[in-house]
Design a protein around this ligand. Sequence first.
Ligand SMILES: C[S@@+](CC[C@H](N)C(=O)[O-])C[C@H]1O[C@@H](n2cnc3c(N)ncnc32)[C@H](O)[C@@H]1O
Length: 505
Amino acid sequence: MILSAINTMNLKFDPVLSAQDEENFRFFLNNAYGLHLHEHQQDKFKKAVYDTCQKFCISSAAALLEKIQQDPFCDERILLIQQITVDESYFFRDDEQQKFLKTEFLPKLIAQKRQAQDKHLRIWSAGCSTGQEIYSIAILLYQLLPDFSEWTLHLLGSDISHQSLEQAIAGKYNRWSIRTDENFINHSGYFTPSDERYYQLKDFIKNKVKFFYLNLAEDTFPSLMNQTCYLDLILCRNVFIYFTPEVIEKACHQFAQALRPEGVLMLSVTDPVNFSCLELNKEKWGEVFYFKRKNEFLVEETQDDSYYSETSLSSFDNIDSASIVSQPVKDEPQSDDLEEIKKKVIPLLRKSLWSQVIESCNLALVNYSKDADLHQFKAKSLVNLGQFNEAKLACEKSIVCDDLDPHTYLLYGLILLQLELYDEAEKAFRQTVFLNHDFMEAHYQLGQVLLYKGQKKQGVKAIKNALKLAEEGDKNQPVHNVITLTYASFSEIIKNELTVLNDKQ
Ligand SMILES: C[S@@+](CC[C@H](N)C(=O)[O-])C[C@H]1O[C@@H](n2cnc3c(N)ncnc32)[C@H](O)[C@@H]1O
């Protein structure tokens, strides 16, 4: 149970929700989660406030708001969000979109990848609710890939509702969630009847998907830290309908950054689509529309830096990029001085100009082949371009040149995670922690990898270590690889994750 210490005794709740209370709640929900309450959700919202107050013996709506603002992880907040969000989802939702995915998008994507001899697929269901959307994709892929087991499937589901995430992780559904024909449920081989009303999704599909807490109203994506980068497809269906236009626009910019060039964002037919996002082209297939990330776009011209994942790299974190000329180095002769070269490359990294970083590093490596930083910069750029095997090699070269830099081991571990090489990733994160025991991000990733390996107890322990360090550290310090995420907000995310995990134990 998420909700501990629920006490329904001695309730003296004043059920009147004043106009001011309502306004304050609206502001809070919008600010914290991007949520905009529609007229038809009023009753549900009032009931959620009332029920939460009653369950926790809170005397007024104002007192509840104060509590949930002060403590983002309190049971009251978790319950309220659970009740306000709409978790409706089912397998193979929207026939036309499913047809597009099954007969057009996925077969073409698979063919492209086969041609490039790249058996990786990266798909994220953002606002996944109880998991049916991303599990439907896993099933489609199983049907479309005769060599299913040979592919590295990077399938992610994220949400803000703890209860939904718990259900998604459990993979147990009632008939209504699988409202396709009887044959699909009974004879498809994907489910085992678990009791009279429920069906358990089998492990060969269930274990392909990773679920995690992610608030789409925050700047926590794209990021290598939660693997939301270089994606082939993002599904964010029936989520924007609850968001304000400002949050939709911002989320779309971030989605565009999380997609690989020509990667696709799919919304539902009922979601608002009249937002402006220069990095995405709206395209149609019959009645189905989707957004394709443009092949190339100049980041400086389209967005400000805050949308980009950070490149906080070891000793260069403190270099003042404003004092550095940040012109593309493409046509400039390379300076012979290594430090000068690095000073030019770092702003390119900060601006996510990955190809230019690689080009500059390759040129510099001709003369400075033993420089660990150049290999590390190159690895970082390659991973952002989805070239994971090449990134792994570059990282290994960096480690050969300097085997004592914990940042390189962290990056190496993150790359190995993308390749689903969990044992090797675990080693890399352990090495990072060995070199720097207080490396918060390494403890967190070690926890993640242990969870993937099914070692829940040790995984939770490592994540708790990360939480301790995040809480002890400077709360404004940016998390490595995610400049927009501070230690303070990361500790909130970790607490949310721990809540979901502990409930599953
Ligand atoms: C109607 S469900 C959609 C489920 C699934 N995408 C589908 O179409 O079947 C909407 C989901 O969005 C989630 N959600 C709402 N606000 C969110 C936010 N700020 N960040 C992430 N998820 C959010 C809700 O918790 C809910 O699970």
